[in-house]
Design a protein around this ligand. Structure first.
Ligand code: PGA
Ligand code: ZN
Length: 417
């Protein structure tokens, strides 16, 4: 079977926020692949540029006029060669000429087309026979910070992590129950709660930053008892959004507090201990590798995960590895541009004992490729919400993969350490 690229077709589509994004079809002699790009709201400064200066229309034009002719005739099986060619065509260090989202959509559509050309599902093509490990779903239940509008917790995400589940389906069931219970509790607690949800499908409520911990802790405990396995939870503090560089402190607007770096460290450490948090993402701003290292040293049984800190970038991850900053890393392919770049980061993480957490973006489409990446590369966690169409697309794809694998499927090796 031949996977020679015949053509690329690009179009403008929309994400769940109604923002323009790019979708690409890769057509090979015997196969077809399609992918569309997501978009973040609380982006890391070190992420690649999403689009050329003139936006999605300019990106579509570049694909038609420059990129499609260059890729035609190449073999889609050779992902690294395709991704290298994208870097060469772009010529910059941050994809500012063709756009990182343009690269993302081409790269993923190419992988899909190669798999399809061989009559394989993407996770089989990328991971081979050994790809049988299912990730635990990390699901957003309460949104705050930049992901909410109006008065809401200062912390961006309160996330359920049902790490005692024995199957992916069981784990997703737990998250849906936790999400529902959290909604019921918020209704009782907040007079102004009207059932509003964020882009990621998490509840938005006028509730205190600390009260939200009690709400999700109780929901996790109740669902854990009902289903008879442990349901933990964690948070994405998205601290770069709270950080005031000039004053050198974290500003919790709704709480009406400010915390300097030392106070932030004590605050997060106390939360981890009090609520037995299983997961904390971005507890410090994106340049503070040292505080990440200190928190990692001072806590246990909690994953300390870098998102804006690492931006799926091997070089930044290596800076963290040197001083043991964190023990987990968010993988968002469009932070770095291509699948090959992201795989290099996943490899580096795994070789140094960091857990890769494959993640959606707050602005996302029904593209489900990250579900396949989680299984193919044995990522122990997928962060992709609980409800809302773009999230369900990925969760349901994992349910399909688990069903397809039958008794070969097993939950990933996840150590909350
Ligand atoms: P983003 O945020 O997708 O809006 O960048 C998600 C996150 O911070 O994890
Ligand atoms: Zn984050």
């Amino acid at each position: 079977m031949s996977s020679l690229i015949e053509d690329l077709i690009a179009r403008k589509v929309f994400n769940n926020r109604g923002e323009e994004t790019i979708e690409v079809d890769v057509i090979t002699t015997t196969g077809f692949g399609r992918a569309s790009a997501p978009a973040g709201k609380s982006r890391g400064k070190a992420e690649v540029a999403y689009y050329p200066q003139d936006g999605v229309d300019a990106a579509v034009k570049k694909i038609e006029e420059i990129i499609a002719p260059e890729l035609a005739g190449l073999n889609a099986d050779f992902q690294e060669e395709i991704d290298e060619t994208l870097h060469e065509i772009d010529g910059s260090s941050n994809f500012k000429n063709i756009g990182g989202n343009t690269a993302f959509a081409i790269s993923l559509a190419n992988a899909e087309a190669a798999a399809n050309s061989h009559g394989l599902l993407l996770f089989q093509f990328l991971g081979g026979n050994a790809a049988t490990s299912m990730p635990y779903p990390l699901g957003n239940c309460i949104s705050g910070g930049q992901h909410a509008r109006g008065k809401s917790p200062d912390i961006q995400e309160y996330l359920a992590l049902p790490h005692g589940a024995e199957t992916f389906l069981e784990a997703v069931t737990a998250n849906t129950k936790i999400h529902k219970k959290v909604g019921d509790a918020l209704k009782k607690k907040s007079g102004t709660f009207n059932g509003g949800k964020s882009d990621e499908g998490a509840w938005i409520a006028n509730i205190d930053t600390l009260d939200a911990f009690d709400v999700i802790a109780k929901a996790c405990e109740e669902v854990g008892n009902e289903l008879d396995f442990e349901c933990g939870f964690g948070v994405d503090i998205a601290s770069s959004s709270l950080w005031n560089e000039k004053e050198g402190n974290y500003v919790y607007t709704n709480e009406g507090t400010k915390r300097d770096t030392g106070e932030q460290l004590d605050f997060v450490k106390e939360l981890i201990e009090k609520y037995h948090l299983a997961y904390v993402e971005d507890p410090f701003h994106e340049e503070d590798f040292q505080s990440f290292a200190e928190l990692t040293r001072k806590t246990k049984n909690c994953l300390i995960c870098g998102d804006d800190l690492f931006t799926t970038n091997t070089e930044r991850l290596n800076n963290g590895i040197k001083i043991n900053a964190g023990n987990a890393i968010i993988i968002k392919v469009n932070q770095i541009g291509t699948l090959s770049d992201a795989v290099e980061t996943i490899d580096t993480a795994q070789r140094h004992g960091y857990d890769p957490v494959v993640s959606h973006r707050s602005g996302d489409t029904c593209d489900w490729h990250i579900a396949h990446l989680a299984v193919a590369y044995k990522c122990p966690i997928i962060k992709t919400g609980v409800v809302e169409g773009a999230r369900i697309a990925k969760l349901n794809e994992l349910i399909r993969i688990e069903h397809f694998l039958g008794n070969r499927a097993k939950m990933a090796d996840l150590k909350i350490r």
